[in-house]
Design a protein around this ligand. Sequence first.
Ligand SMILES: [Zn+2]
Length: 118
Amino acid sequence: MDVEYLSDSRARSTHPILSATRHFYGKDTEPCIISDFEYQQWYHGTGVSPKDHPGNELLRVLKSHLPGSRCGYCESDDVLVIALQGCVHPMSGDAYYDYEIVCKQCGKFTSYSYAEND
Ligand SMILES: [Zn+2]
């Protein structure tokens, strides 16, 4: 697959990137639902705007990063979140997330990943 890594935490492609979006995107008919996928709880769907996504209530770190999401190609903030998962490790307290956006301007995909390790 033609995924281009922009940094440790950001990648872009003309096609869906994360395994959850490769699995669900194009088949979902609702904007945002949650289901088990690969042993994690994933929000997925046709997409909701980053500031309205329930992920903002999931992790403090998501609330500080998610609303500012921009397309990895054209830098537009006119994007939809099409998949997201986040959790806090029960032992270490480290926070993890992955999410992917599709750009309403150019139609391309950008994924964001995060692991807080001290
Ligand atoms: Zn774009």
